[in-house]
Ligand binder design. Structure first.
Ligand SMILES: Nc1nc2c(ncn2[C@@H]2O[C@H](COP(=O)(O)OP(=O)(O)O)[C@@H](O)[C@H]2O)c(=O)[nH]1
Ligand SMILES: [Mg+2]
Length: 237
């Protein structure tokens, strides 16, 4: 297959009030990855996010928008990513945030490794700019705790177990999810961690793609105290 044909891939992006960035993200994806599909999973944004995405869906039938709020589903980042993966039809899927904190040009490296045969490719936050000291400390403590749990349970692990930017073979993700549905914390933020804790160590070929996690230039983070609680739930589910 031509290496500039990305029809085997679906990029999945969860959105909640990302009017400032979602258009730019979609433009960059469609320009850089011809043939690629895109699924935006929204949870009832009350800004212009959905209108902006609809502008793309009208022009291009490879772009699809799902608004979970009209289906009566509860808000949740993990649930949204899982939903998007279920709706996708391609061999590979790549999850990426809509706020441009994950650089879309790195999708190329994730795709290259998936094509080369990796089962899971994690874009790892090699450097985090401008996080307050307390957020860095909390994040590091959670990271150690998460890795200890994966180690103790002999489950798969990787450099950045909490990254929201990763690619995976769709059939693999779906089969793991189907067998472990109740271990995925729908309103949590850490779908990758939920996936890893359901896979025995040594069974996957995992690749890494380092990137710099930039400061959010637009909109605001939805991470909150509740997300910390959701992560604890992920540790013990
Ligand atoms: N569908 C959906 N997307 C969400 C939800 N919460 C956050 N997001 C999106 O998930 C991505 C990551 O969220 P963000 O708040 O930036 O998390 P942070 O980068 O960890 O601070 C962004 O694209 C958000 O718009 C949610 O409840 N539902
Ligand atoms: Mg963000």
């Amino acid at each position: 297959m031509n290496k500039n044909d990305y029809s085997n891939f679906t990029v999945i992006t969860p959105t909640f009030n990302e009017e400032k960035t979602v258009g730019e993200l979609l433009r960059r994806i469609l320009r850089s990855y011809p043939g690629c599909s895109v699924i935006v999973v929204d949870d009832g944004s009350d800004d212009l996010t959905k209108d902006i995405v609809k502008g793309f869906t009208k022009q291009n039938n490879r772009v699809r928008l799902f608004d979970r709020s009209v289906m009566g589903l509860e808000r949740g980042l993990t649930a949204s990513v899982v939903y998007g993966i279920q709706k996708s039809k391609t061999k590979y899927v790549v999850a990426i945030d809509a706020d441009l904190q994950h650089p879309p040009e790195k999708i190329k490296d994730v795709m290259r490794k998936l094509r080369a045969g990796y089962d899971l490719v994690v874009a790892n936050r090699a450097k985090v700019t401008n996080w307050a000291a307390y957020r860095k400390i909390i994040s590091r403590a959670f990271m150690y705790a998460g890795k200890i749990i994966l180690f103790a349970e002999a489950k798969e692990t990787c450099v950045d177990i909490f990254s929201g930017f990763f690619g995976v073979r769709r059939d693999l993700f779906i089969s793991v999810y189907k067998k472990n549905r109740n271990r995925f914390v729908g309103d949590g933020y850490k779908v990758l961690f939920d996936f890893l804790k359901c896979v025995d160590r040594g069974t996957l070929r995992i690749g890494n793609v380092p990137f710099v996690f930039n400061i959010r230039h637009f909109g605001s983070s939805k991470a909150s105290f509740e997300q910390g609680i959701a992560l604890l739930q992920s540790f013990f589910s």
